[in-house]
Design a protein around this ligand. Sequence first.
Ligand code: DGP
Length: 113
Amino acid sequence: MSDCIFCKIINGDIPSQKVYEDELIYAFRDINPVAPVHILIIPKEHICCANELNDSHKELIGHIILTATKIAKAEGIAEDGYRLVNNCGENAGQTVFHIHFHLLAGEKFDRMV
Ligand code: DGP
């Protein structure tokens, strides 16, 4: 999608701090971190949000979650714990409509929202 910020990040048109990349996904540091570790994990395929997922995305979503656990280990946050968050839609606070998973860690979160 030519007007999607995250597609531009994947293409390198917008710079980002890359954490991980493979043929299916890209992970980078959030520009506006809300925790000491705040990484975004996104598919290279433009999917607007969780509402657009279908059975063909099962492997992709599994790959994202498994990769999140590997990134957590590499970042040294696996033992203390982390959150993996997907916001779907405006009420959830989604602002970028290219599906993404926030990997959040580095402090104790005492509330769910
Ligand atoms: P959400 O509110 O769930 O849609 O989260 C979108 C996140 O994307 C938000 O935490 C800020 C981040 N973000 C938006 N634009 C950019 C950007 O250009 N670069 C980076 N690294 N992060 C961005």
